[in-house]
Write a protein that binds this ligand. Structure first.
Ligand code: ZN
Length: 203
């Protein structure tokens, strides 16, 4: 399976990193080895001094598809989740500067936190879902899927032009503002509405 990640999907986060607003979604992949195993702490890798949390809504693909029209995209997922796209910001900045791919900064072991899943039927509107991240009991990131530049169905249409989507693939839909550095002993807890979706510690 693969993790398909979207960058720059919330205007406020684009501003905070002083990025330009894209004309197409920014897309990158993480391998399955990036998934943080359940109940394991996240270990800050030794090649970075500035690993950031990026809390993101996740979509789990439940049907094989290619060139999916956004009208039918809702048939390709039945669960919504929450996770973290951990990013070695210092390394990413160097790679960006040279125009190089971001993988070393984004796809390293443990860089993808995948929390619990909620059945789509239980959600009134996937395009109006609030979510948040607490670090050491303080809210550091809040977002709402209504603020996405590209909504979930549009993202499925877009990424499936390039990649065949397979059962179990997960889309990371981008982070809102509030990204920040993690240090050892931080505790990160993610919520969709008031439901706790994951809780991890940093080592
Ligand atoms: Zn991200």
């Amino acid at each position: 399976m693969k993790l398909i990640c979207i960058g720059r999907n919330y205007t406020d986060h684009i501003k905070e990193l002083k990025n330009e607003k894209p004309t197409d979604p920014v897309v990158f992949l993480k391998p399955d080895t990036a998934i943080l195993l359940k109940k394991q702490p996240f270990f800050i890798p030794d090649f970075s001094e500035d690993v950031h949390h990026e809390v993101e809504v996740l979509v789990k693909i439940n049907k094989v598809g290619k060139h999916i029209d956004k009208k039918f995209a809702h048939k390709y997922y039945s669960e919504i989740g929450l996770g973290i796209d951990f990013t070695a910001r210092d390394l990413q900045a160097k790679l960006k500067e040279k125009g190089l791919p971001w993988e070393k900064a984004k796809a390293f072991d443990g860089a993808a936190v995948i929390g619990n899943w909620i059945a789509k039927e239980g959600i009134e509107d996937v395009n109006n879902l609030s979510f948040s991240l607490e670090k050491n009991n303080q809210v550091v990131q809040t977002g709402n899927t209504s603020h996405m530049l590209w909504k979930i169905d549009e993202l499925i249409e877009y990424v499936s032009k390039y990649f065949t989507l397979k059962i179990g693939d997960i889309i990371f839909t981008g982070t809102p503002a509030g990204v920040g550095k993690v240090v050892a002993n931080d505790k990160l807890v993610g919520y969709i509405e008031d439901r706790q979706m994951f809780s991890i510690t940093v080592k």
